[in-house]
Design a protein around this ligand. Structure first.
Ligand code: ZN
Length: 118
């Protein structure tokens, strides 16, 4: 795995990228394409595919979790994961998405707005 700093056109900022060797978990093995993992995926990544990693934010976050990379730049909540049914830390990113750091499954994080006490 190697570390790089690249400019992301979608977020218009420099991001930290890890490049791993390809493996079969992402589908058919492709020995020519390394896997790009953005360490700075987060709330800015609301839309479609990451221009660097060529995947959507859900897939990018699950790559981070699967590879055991640090999630220090991301906000997280401790809650019941709807996929694996355990109390887990879930990282928040994108447009209301969350991913379980135990099983890596993406979910929707629903939070009602806060109001002042009356
Ligand atoms: Zn889970």
């Amino acid at each position: 795995m190697s570390s790089h700093q690249l400019h992301c056109d979608a977020c218009a900022r420099p991001v930290r990228i890890m490049v791993t060797a390809p493996h079969a978990l992402d589908g058919p093995p492709n020995m020519h394409d390394a896997e790009f993992i953005c360490l700075d995926v987060g709330e800015q990544c609301t839309g479609g595919r990451c221009p660097l990693g060529k995947v959507e934010p859900d897939a990018m976050v699950s790559r981070l979790i699967r590879n055991g990379l640090p999630l220090d730049g991301m906000k997280s909540v401790f809650t019941l994961c709807p996929a694996c049914d355990s109390q887990a830390e879930m990282v928040l990113y994108g447009d209301g998405h969350a991913a379980c750091t135990v099983c890596g499954t993406p979910a929707r994080w629903v939070l009602r707005h806060a109001e002042p006490l009356t």
